[in-house]
Design a protein around this ligand. Sequence first.
Ligand code: NAD
Length: 510
Amino acid sequence: MSFYSTPIEEIPAIREALVKGFASGKTKNVLFRKTQLIQLAYLLQDNRERFIETLAIDLKRPVLESNFLEINGTIAEAYEAFSRIEEWTKPEKPHFDLNWFFMRPEVRKEPKGVVLIIGPFNFPLWCLLGPLAGALAAGNTVLLKPSELSSATADLVAELIPKYLDPDVVRVVRGGVPQATKLLEYPWGHLCYTGNGRVAKIIGAAAAQTLTPVTFELGGKSPVIIDKSADLELAARRVMWGKCANAGQICVSPDYVLVHRDVEEAFIKEVRKVHTKSFGPHPEKSDSLSRIISPHHASRIKALVDNTKGNVILGGEVNVEERYVAPTVVRDLDGDDSLLSEEIFGPVLPIVKVNDVDDAINFITSRDHPLALYIFTQDKKVKEKILSSTNSGAAVVNDVSIHALAAGMPFGGVGASGSGGYTTGKWGFNTFTHFRTTLDVPSWLDKIALGSRFPPYTDVKLQDLMTLAKYKLPPRPAPGSIVAPQRRWKLWAALAVAGAIAAFLKQRSS
Ligand code: NAD
């Protein structure tokens, strides 16, 4: 596939422009940032139809999915940052502490500098311009490196950015590994990488050389647990939607299902119904199904299906040249099956039978922490048990995938599924912000305890300074025991004093 690549020799000058843009100080002005953010929202809104076209070229993405899953959410990121930036940028005060109060402690929100955002192919707007909103809100200048695989969308982004945004503040470098490798030679205020874990290790190693802080938005295998109490019709409808939207190329697609053995047949019956209703007898003719990004990825998925020891009960057809993978369901597979070996990132659903909830929990906890965990149950105890025995980037009960767009909620992975996050809203702003402690210390403090820190040291000075150490440790826990809950004696004492005063006043007035 041919795509435009920024000549490597142009990269230093592009970066330098952003360094100068940051040094000019213009991004410190909140109104300037707001202007960029609203421009970003308009970039997407004015060109919605063109983006729908490029997403159709790159992924044959249906119009509904491009609007619902990508463009609306990205505009929402820019708009939310535009609307809330005054609140987010306000300095924060710590809790009251007499030792520090007179030093006027404040946490200022500073931009990190020139930041680099490397995007993936599967959500070429949301994963590139979503973090851009957070980075702009925080006052950074930004270099964007879209994925070379979704090249039509990357071309359009590169065309529109200079038309809508200040070129001192946002630039685009197009291309693949050579361009990314060149960019990694530089130190960045922050680096956001969205993509697979293998490349994340390369990026992390390069970032370590320049001490660049990194956010990793990665993927992995997000499991679904179907408990025997689940509403199976609902579970089948939602799981199949999550599996087939964008042809399964969503970081939070349900990757595989662990179904309680008592309801396996009934669940599969519901899955068959949804499959027929959604895509009919000829899914290859459906307008509701995206294509895989490249023949390479289509043949990767084909190999996973070809090598499964499970039974393919629905779909299974792959046309590598057409980048088509049929919505496919596979059952009767073991834990070491090819389909359970790596993130599928395609519309193929493996169904694994488990004996009970504990079996499902063990299956999940013996693998990497997933980016998302989905639980279908109507039993609150089962829900609590699963939530408290597992860990994942996020967990959703009785639905899949939609949490990625949930306003004001942190989105990101844990362990192998990522670290940090760049959406949504304030969480993205925080990622690109340096929280800078400031104190403004009055001279008169040296006349009291703080003056005792200066040499020559004496016992009296030490005594003075020890009065500042206010903590009083509770009794040491007995060997093998755990600490007792802390008593809220201060609260009770305050209530008792308030009660006594109220009683006293009442008595006086009567
Ligand atoms: P990709 O192939 O588009 O690569 C992502 C980026 O990495 C591209 O910009 C590419 O140019 C760059 N890259 C590739 N090789 C590189 C190298 N050797 N050195 C430096 N840069 C390099 O996309 P992908 O990695 O296949 O993306 C899919 C993965 O991303 C899936 O695992 C998916 O789950 C994950 N993902 C995660 C999120 C999230 O928010 N957590 C969102 C979308 C996708």
